[in-house]
Write a protein that binds this ligand. Structure first.
Ligand code: FE2
Length: 228
């Protein structure tokens, strides 16, 4: 019986089901939802809770609309979590002359590498879509009344290995001048950090990663990590 169960388990597929993201304050719900839409996620539900805050369900693309995977739930930071984070920040004296040195050390690492701590990666199968969406984010960060200055964008090129890829990236409107590199070949990364969403030890922001892998490469940044 145990053997049969194991066989069933090994034959059945599984996938990454959902992540739960949180926006910082109740009034920022619609803005957080708009940002996720700009990033290409598809809103399938906007539920107004008794306290007036919005609870959203997004899917990574429309094919996940009725499925149990590929989901992003988006809601406001829960009250007890908000209190806990406030207490942590108070204890560490964040923003004062006596700020605990571990805070600056952590922030420095996150500033240099958006993958240093918790983040969420989404794979796109169109480099053109990734470029268009991030050009729009750059513009929003410059001029959108609600998003201006709230998006920190970082790009990583593929490790140099393939002349065809190098030529494509040199011609890219977002990767052409980039001199940062992913931990691998044949794929690129784009990151946006925003303080509209809360996560991480200090609850200050969330890092979202978007990846593209060039087709027909067996070895790429998401299949084999390389330490350059
Ligand atoms: Fe990552």
């Amino acid at each position: 019986m145990a053997t049969a169960l194991q066989d069933t388990q090994s034959a059945a597929a599984r996938s990454l089901g959902h992540v739960a993201l949180h926006y910082q304050t109740p009034e920022q719900g619609p803005l957080a939802a708009r940002l996720l839409t700009m990033l290409g996620f598809v809103e399938t539900q906007d539920l107004t809770l008794p306290d007036g805050a919005h609870f959203y369900r997004f899917v990574v693309d429309p094919r996940h609309q009725g499925r149990g995977d590929g989901i992003i739930y988006l809601s406001v930071v829960p009250e007890a979590q908000r209190k806990l984070v406030a207490a942590v920040r108070d204890a560490l004296k964040i923003g004062t002359a006596d700020e605990h040195p571990a805070v600056g050390e952590m922030r420095g690492h996150l500033a240099r590498d958006p993958e240093y701590s918790f983040h969420i990666g989404t794979l796109l199968e169109s480099l053109e879509e990734l470029e268009e969406r991030f050009l729009a984010l750059e513009e929003a960060n410059r001029s959108d009344p609600e998003l201006k200055g709230r998006l920190k964008i970082t790009y990583n090129r593929a490790l140099k290995s393939d002349p065809e890829i190098e030529a494509r990236l040199n011609a890219s409107p977002i990767y052409g001048k980039v001199d940062r590199f992913a931990y691998g070949r044949n794929g690129v990364q784009a990151f946006v950090e925003t303080d509209i969403l809360a996560s991480g030890t200090l609850g200050e922001s969330t890092f979202l990663e978007f990846d593209y892998v060039f087709p027909d490469r067996q070895s790429h940044v998401l299949s084999i990590v390389e330490w350059a």
